[in-house]
Design a protein around this ligand. Structure first.
Ligand code: C5P
Length: 297
């Protein structure tokens, strides 16, 4: 048997990191949406199980992605087997479209896709609740991909609440341009810099107040856009703020970093002609820059 699971990218429209916790993680309040673009994960059930270590294998079309046991897909597979007692095996094939080190949630998304693929191969051993619990142990963004809908994330990301319908209507279907320089930003580095700087946090009460006002109002998606991980990243990776300022001046476009970066995004009007904007990005960041138009799911 062979199953194929879509593994979407996410962007954080609103990301308020509110402080560092005793366990080293950070608390945050974030409005997160999934995009209609992402990776494709195929899982083929394998019948030959010579040894435990060969039960799950992973191939990927992108050479710079590690496909060893540090990959979240194989970690998810091990967690699935441990939680369910399933004795089967699977060969995963990942078609990678979400850039790495981007803040687009690719790793967490792949982990959840792996759990879903295995659950299908195993005949649905796990319910949504149990799947969510296992996913939460794998990565901070995993709970969002289990929810699979526009959401508010809290805690270190594991507490996910679906956004009310009125807010979802202002987000779903919106056009987004996602663009990333050829370098990535490591999530631990970005949080570490923020902790070292100390002054970039937004008080939780202030974050919640902004969120409540936007959710309860009628303002468009643009009005909730915010990310306080930007100052730490922008101080080192100056190509980001330089281009952002050009896009604002030349096109009147407000770009923002997603998550811990380095990918940025801009919400676009339906009539907006993207070619000159894309040309500007490529001119500044070079031909290796990733540029992709998508829609909020
Ligand atoms: O859970 P995930 O693998 O996405 O996190 C990677 C790293 O990012 C963590 O080890 C931690 O250093 C940092 N992080 C954090 N607070 C969060 C999420 C991640 O400090 N809420």
């Amino acid at each position: 048997m062979d199953v194929s699971v879509f593994s979407p990218a996410k962007i954080n429209l609103f990301l308020a990191v509110t402080g560092r916790r005793a366990d080293g993680f950070h608390d945050l309040v974030s409005v997160v949406v999934l995009l209609d673009f992402g990776d494709e994960l195929q899982a083929e059930e394998s019948r030959i199980q010579n040894s435990e270590s060969k039960r799950f294998s992973l191939e990927c079309d992108v050479p710079d992605l590690l496909v060893d046991e540090t990959n979240l897909i194989l970690k998810a597979a091990a967690a699935f087997a441990a939680a369910t007692g399933w004795r089967g095996g699977a060969a995963f094939r990942l078609t990678k479209r979400i850039p790495l080190g981007a803040g687009l949630g690719g790793g967490s998304s792949n982990a959840v896709a792996a759990l879903r693929a295995l659950n299908e191969l195993a005949g649905g051993l796990l319910g949504e609740q149990r799947l969510a619990e296992i996913a939460a142990t794998l990565g901070s963004d995993c709970a969002l991909f289990v929810k699979n809908a526009p959401a508010v994330m809290r805690g270190r990301g594991e507490r996910v609440e679906a956004l009310p319908a009125g807010a979802v209507r202002r987000l779903s279907g919106r056009r987004v341009l996602v663009f990333k320089p050829s370098f990535g930003i490591g999530t631990p580095w970005a949080y570490g810099r923020m902790a070292a700087r100390g002054g970039d946090y937004l008080a939780a009460a202030e974050a919640e107040a902004r969120l409540t006002a936007w959710v309860g109002g009628t303002a468009p998606a643009e009005e909730i856009c915010f990310n306080n991980m930007e100052p730490a990243a922008f101080a080192k990776f100056v190509a980001l703020p330089v281009l952002r300022e050009k896009l604002r001046r030349e096109f009147g476009v407000a770009a923002q970093m997603s998550g811990s970066g380095s990918a940025c995004f801009a919400l676009l009007g339906e009539d907006f002609v993207t070619a000159p904007l894309v040309a500007r990005i490529r001119e500044d960041w070079g031909p290796a820059a990733f540029v992709r138009e998508a829609r909020i799911a």
